[in-house]
Design a protein. Structure first.
Length: 125
């Protein structure tokens, strides 16, 4: 089994966050949760993550702006894999996510098999 990833989950909905954390931890990943984009940016500046799961619509600062700020930051975190999580699964939202610097897009409710497929090549050795 590959080594677990260190994952930041930026999700303002507590129920969604608990579900994501439970599934990721059951798969052996180390998970940190924040409730908005500002907190995601702040923690990504002081701690290394292999992947950030970024809700697009959050209070204070949404996922698009948080992603832009992370990408404008210092290495190595500016190069972290960021996966968008959103209930808005139309083409415009997907385009906005990619333009903001996100690497991949998952619509809610999250298909955990699809999420694990995205995580597999990014797990630490």
């Amino acid at each position: 089994m590959p080594s677990p990833a260190k994952i930041l989950v930026a999700e303002d909905n507590a129920v969604n966050a608990r579900l994501i954390v439970a599934m990721l931890e059951r798969d052996g990943h180390e998970v940190t949760v924040v409730s908005d984009g500002e907190k995601a940016v702040a923690i990504s500046r002081i701690e290394h993550f292999d992947v950030i799961l970024m809700d697009v619509n959050m209070p204070e600062m949404g996922g698009l702006e948080a992603t832009r700020r992370i990408r404008d930051g210092a290495a190595p975190m500016r190069d972290v894999t960021i996966i968008a999580l959103t209930a808005d699964d139309d083409g415009a939202t997907q385009r906005d996510c990619i333009e903001a610097g996100m690497n991949a897009f998952l619509s809610k409710p999250i298909d955990m098999k699809e999420l694990f497929k995205l995580l597999t090549p990014r797990k630490r050795a």
